[in-house]
Design a protein. Structure first.
Length: 735
């Protein structure tokens, strides 16, 4: 298997900020709005992950100003890196434990109030007959309201100071109204009025319980990243002064020589110097079969060495390992926003003011029409409590986090949520032939001389001219010449004619090597090329000193998985179109073997992008899968682009999805995962919207009391996150 790679980032600086203090989607929207007001800044805030992914122009702003902006908005922010991830997790765990402690205290104080209500209604007593003295109810409810619930006042004040409302405003306002009314009734000794201490205390306790359950569920959405981060060992065995010593992995530098025994994990990326073994790279590629490793092969951090001893030289350490790149790419994808989230963002931006207005109208209407101040207050509080926008804010990002994490486990790295959403809608997939459908390691199968020429001279001249080219066909010719023991000469004045071939001078002779069609355009005819093409060979014609010396037939076998992958894509409703610069005969043979009916041959690199645009012009979403530099324009032109990890860096920089194993089935996996993820997002958004659409009117009409509203609000967020977690059942190769 060729070495997988991770796409490089853009020219802009990027930073990941770990955020604190967010309580709902409105908080995330406010932070995002303030960051995007800064010059040259593009920010996306993920409420579920508590992250802000920020791209910025270093000349306009710096990281300090970004953090200061978040703090000014009423939240906390720190730069998040692989090195700080453990520290962030420890802080979250400490905060979770403190929240849990506060919940149990709140539950202990609230339980007598709830028990009193249950006893009163169970015994058929009058609502004004208190089991507990009202002063005792006041003593129990006040710590819950102002100590346990202080977080809601702080969060609400920060939100209002920042110019917008959030969930904290709704909870603080609703429970304060219930507590204040009950306090007045108690202090003024108004026996004919009921007190609602149990409502204010229970709502705060239930909301706190909901946040705890939500935090636990949200932690599971990033389980894939956590699992990847834990894979890299903490120590490495390196050679130093002729001895083997154990050192911290963090201290390794490129060039260090390390030794990996059977069953151990590779500490960093490297190249094998000595030894023979195999490596389990499934955590990177999703491929369970071990990969043989010999001298010269690459190894990757956190992959498991098989049954041999390997001595390797470090080539990538710290943030420059493949594993670190994968984690970085997945985190960026999890922090990005899908277009489907725009509606939820728009709703969240105006949600709190609208709900507050509805609560006010509910209070006024009930008091004016029913003449019952108490009932008006209770219904207004219920409206405020049940209208929490948390579920709305969690609907999309939690599904994206789980979906991209599952993709990473299957060797499908999705760059952003936009690509994840668009992949679901693809109708056409354009694929390059060489290296995508085929193995990408062509071999010379035929050397056909023309006239009285010499086959060795033919091969020696072609290989000498081609030795500076990176094209797979050129590599095959050079490899065959070296296998035959031919001495290669240094070519002069080599000119590459894109999509055609090469021309230059070898040992003083003018040599051309390229496609039969191009050679024919130059005035030489090679009838034998048709027979080679019909046999599925790529044909390179060789001309020297204005004479056609002969033809070289090259075969690149179809990948064993390509036929099944094409069939699977067809079952998903995707039409596969093959493009190749090869001749029509070879293209036809490969397409026929792969099960592809639509193909185009002798396509120049620039024409691939034109073909993609032509297919897009028909009104269908078009994907492109490729691995070469010449595929980059077509990848950029496609609606969603897929790059094989063994391909060029340029191809992967242009791609939306990187397939960590050289298998077109990864495209089918990406499309299948996209459909599963978008299905969950739609379900989540439906539940979140329907919850508020039904809940707010019911509360306004007096059909929900604040306690039930608080419980329903708490469970709505948990249900949305739990539904997203069902995506963890998704498996590759399963549609």
């Amino acid at each position: 298997m060729n070495a997988p790679q991770v796409p490089a980032g853009s020219s802009q600086e990027t930073v990941e900020l770990a955020l604190g203090g967010m309580t709902c989607a409105a908080c995330a929207a406010r932070i995002e709005k303030q960051l995007n007001k800064l010059p040259g800044v593009e920010a996306a805030v993920n409420f579920a992950a508590e992250r802000a992914h920020v791209r910025y122009a270093p000349g306009d702003v710096d990281v300090g100003r970004l953090i200061a902006t978040v703090v000014k908005t009423g939240f906390t922010a720190d730069v998040s890196t692989a090195d700080t991830r453990a520290e962030e997790k420890a802080k979250k765990l400490a905060l979770y434990r403190e929240e849990l402690r506060r919940f149990w205290i709140a539950a202990a104080l609230t339980l007598p109030l709830v028990a009193q209500m249950a006893f009163m209604f169970g015994a058929g007593g009058d609502a004004h007959d208190d089991v507990l003295p009202r002063w005792l109810q006041l003593l129990l409810a006040t710590p819950v309201q102002f100590w346990i619930g202080w977080r809601f006042y702080v969060g609400g004040a920060n939100a209002i100071r920042g110019g917008a409302g959030n969930m904290d405003v709704l909870v603080a306002l609703g429970t304060s109204m219930a507590w204040a009314y009950s306090f007045v009734v108690t202090v003024w000794d108004l026996h004919h009025q009921h007190v609602y201490f149990e409502a204010s205390a229970t709502v705060i306790t239930l909301v706190l319980l909901g946040k705890i359950l939500e935090a636990r569920a949200k932690a599971k959405t990033s389980a894939a990243i956590e699992a990847l981060a834990k894979l890299q060992p903490q120590t490495a065995r390196i050679e130093r002064d002729g001895k083997l010593v154990d050192v911290a992995v963090a201290t390794l530098i490129p060039g260090d020589v390390f030794v990996v025994r059977a069953g151990e994990a590779m500490p960093v990326d490297g190249e094998v110097i000595d030894g023979t073994s195999s490596a389990n790279e499934s955590m990177l590629t999703g491929e369970s079969l071990p990969v043989t490793k010999v001298a010269g092969d690459k190894v990757f951090a956190a992959t498991i060495n098989g049954d041999g001893l390997l001595r390797c030289r470090a080539t990538g350490v710290g943030s420059h390992t493949l594993l670190a790149g994968i984690i970085r790419l997945v985190e960026e994808a999890q922090g990005s926003k899908a277009p489907v989230q725009r509606l939820a963002d728009k709703v969240a931006a105006i949600f709190v003011p609208v709900v507050t207005l509805i609560a006010l109208l509910t209070f006024v209407a009930w008091w004016a029409l029913a003449g019952d101040f108490t009932q008006a207050l209770v219904n207004a509080v219920a409206v405020l409590v049940i209208a929490c926008p948390c579920a709305l804010g969690l609907a999309t990002p939690t599904a994206i986090m789980v979906g991209t994490g599952q993709g990473a486990k299957a060797g499908v790295l999705i760059r952003n949520a936009v690509a994840l959403e668009l992949a679901e809608k693809l109708k056409v997939l354009v694929v390059d032939k060489t290296g995508t459908l085929t193995e990408g390691r062509p071999e010379v199968t035929d050397v056909v001389k023309v006239g009285a020429g010499d086959m060795a001279v033919l091969l020696q001249l072609a290989a000498s001219l081609e030795q500076g080219s990176t094209h797979p066909l050129a590599a095959a010719i050079v490899a065959r010449a070296r296998t035959d023991g031919l001495a290669l000469s240094t070519p002069q004045n080599v000119v590459t004619i894109a999509g055609r071939g090469l021309q230059g001078e070898v040992d003083g002779r003018r040599v051309l090597a390229g496609s039969a069609a191009w050679i024919k355009e130059q005035g030489w005819s090679a009838p034998e090329s048709d027979a080679l093409a019909q046999a599925g060979r790529s044909v390179v014609a060789v001309v020297a000193d204005e004479k056609l010396l002969g033809l070289i037939g090259i075969a690149d076998p179809l990948r064993a998985s390509s036929k099944a992958a094409v069939a699977r894509l067809n079952r998903l409703g995707i039409e596969v179109v093959m493009l190749t610069g090869d001749n029509a005969g070879t293209a036809s043979a490969v397409a026929r073997e792969a099960g592809i009916t639509h193909f185009e041959a002798e396509v120049l690199p620039g024409d691939k992008a034109a073909t993609v645009n032509k297919l897009k012009g028909a009104g269908r979403l078009v994907g492109m899968a490729g691995d070469g530099i010449n595929d980059a324009p077509a990848l950029a032109a496609a609606d969603v682009s897929f790059a094989m990890a063994a391909g060029s860096d340029v191809a992967m920089q242009a791609a939306d999805v990187t397939l960590m194993r050289d298998d077109l089935g990864g495209v089918a996996d990406a499309i299948s995962l996209s459909r599963a993820t978008l299905s969950k997002i739609r379900q989540n958004l439906f539940f979140a919207f329907i919850y508020n659409v039904l809940g707010i009117p019911l509360a306004a009409l007096g059909m929900l009391n604040p306690v039930i509203a608080g419980a329903a609000m708490a469970m709505s967020s948990v249900s949305v996150v739990s539904n997203s977690l069902l995506l963890r059942r998704w498996q590759s190769n399963k549609d």
